[in-house]
Design a binder for this molecule. Structure first.
Ligand code: ZN
Length: 91
């Protein structure tokens, strides 16, 4: 259930992610992509180990706790609109 920014292509061999436009490669250990922001409490959640997640409008959101997940599922708009109007990439 991995999601990558559309610009980045996962390289199976190295495990690194390279941007075909800039040619920049990111070490998977260092990139922030493995972290998602809990939209409820704004905490960083590690995607790899996230136990609480919810899909909403094609996006997967990660939560630090079941309480956050429930709160989000109850009123997803509240937490998404409280943020900016920018479309956030999965992190
Ligand atoms: Zn939380």
């Amino acid at each position: 259930m991995a999601e990558f920014p559309s610009k980045l292509i996962p390289l199976a061999e190295t495990g690194a992610y390279c941007d075909p436009v800039s040619g920049e490669c990111v070490d998977p250990q260092e990139q922030t992509m493995s972290m998602a922001i809990d939209p409820v409490c704004k905490m960083e959640v590690e995607i790899e180990t996230a136990q609480f997640k919810s899909e909403y409008q094609g996006q997967t959101y990660y939560f630090c706790a079941p309480g956050c997940q429930r709160a989000f599922e109850k009123e997803p708009q509240k937490y998404l609109s409280a943020d900016s109007h920018e479309h956030h990439e999965q992190r």
